[in-house]
Design a protein around this ligand. Structure first.
Ligand SMILES: [Fe+2]
Length: 284
């Protein structure tokens, strides 16, 4: 099973193309027969680890966009309900630096991360439906953690060893009450390689915030390892970049791929603001 990219996938490799009759089927709320469980699970569990469906459904038919999206998400597993099965990602005008809100609820770039800061829970797959893109910015970025590990193990093995050390994350994901005891216990490694396929769980901002609040400083060498990881992720040649349009759906493996979005600006009319629908999907 190959999961590394080595070379970032082209859009042609990851966009599921539909012919005219399939587009018509989609307009009636049905998904093509060949878009089976087996097919989509292969796309997320092997290279490239993600796929995009361009449905062509416009935002004037948001209900149909959501119906088709739900059907596609259900091919991959069970929908998790911590945030509600379908969670609207939009700018609520808050500042994640001042209150404990997910960065996804702002217009800032999120930085490369995997979803969920909870000790005992992470979604295997994450889906995003674009109902309306931003006026500018808000592009989706993906990078492959296994590519970083291959690079790190070759050139700086101490870095991948450091990433196996459990570190604290601030408590943001619903399901755990905030207390100093729970915060200090909300500790797990960025890289867990106990299983055949490693599980990568990274969210730098919440790691740094967690350690700061717990009053346990991160070792200098660890910060250096995170700097190396960020340096790799932020190189354009290691990123898949895509500007989602209305009706587009992106589904990715949340344990191998890290995602990010660029900062964005909304149009002045509130009814036209950027709106994405996020779904956490648990494997069958
Ligand atoms: Fe996210």
């Amino acid at each position: 099973m190959q999961l590394t990219w080595n070379v970032v996938p082209n859009p042609e490799e990851v966009i599921i193309q539909l012919d005219t009759s399939e587009e018509q089927q989609i307009q009636q709320g049905n998904i093509p027969e060949w878009l089976t469980k087996k097919h989509v699970l292969n796309l997320v569990n092997e290279r490239p680890g993600f796929f995009i469906v361009k449905t062509g459904i416009s935002d004037s038919n948001e209900a149909l966009q959501r119906t088709v999206y739900e059907k596609i998400c259900l091919l991959l597993g069970r929908l998790n309900t911590r945030y509600g099965a379908f969670y609207d990602v939009k700018d609520y005008g808050g500042d994640y630096r001042e209150s404990r809100i997910p960065v996804s609820q702002t217009h800032d770039t999120t930085g490369f991360h995997t979803d969920s800061s909870a000790l005992n829970y992470y979604p295997k797959y994450v889906g995003l439906l674009c109902i309306r893109p931003a006026l500018s910015g808000g592009e989706s970025l993906l990078a492959n953690a296994l590519d970083f590990l291959e690079y790190a193990e070759r050139l700086m093995p101490e870095c991948s060893a450091l990433l196996k050390i459990p570190v604290i994350r601030d408590i943001v994901t619903p399901g755990t009450e905030f207390s100093m005891e729970n915060l200090r216990a909300n500790r797990f490694p960025v890289l867990n390689d106990e299983s055949e396929i490693p599980v990568f769980r990274y969210m730098r901002y919440w790691i740094e915030r967690g350690h700061e609040k717990a009053e346990i400083p991160l070792p200098e060498a660890y910060i250096e390892a995170l700097n190396e990881l960020d340096k790799f992720l932020n190189k354009p040649e290691n990123q898949f970049r895509y500007a989602m349009e209305s009706g587009d759906m992106l589904i990715f493996n949340n344990t191998i791929l890290l995602h990010n979005r660029t900062a964005f600006t909304n149009p002045p009319e509130s009814k036209k603001e950027r709106l994405m629908v996020r779904t956490w999907i648990d494997a069958f």
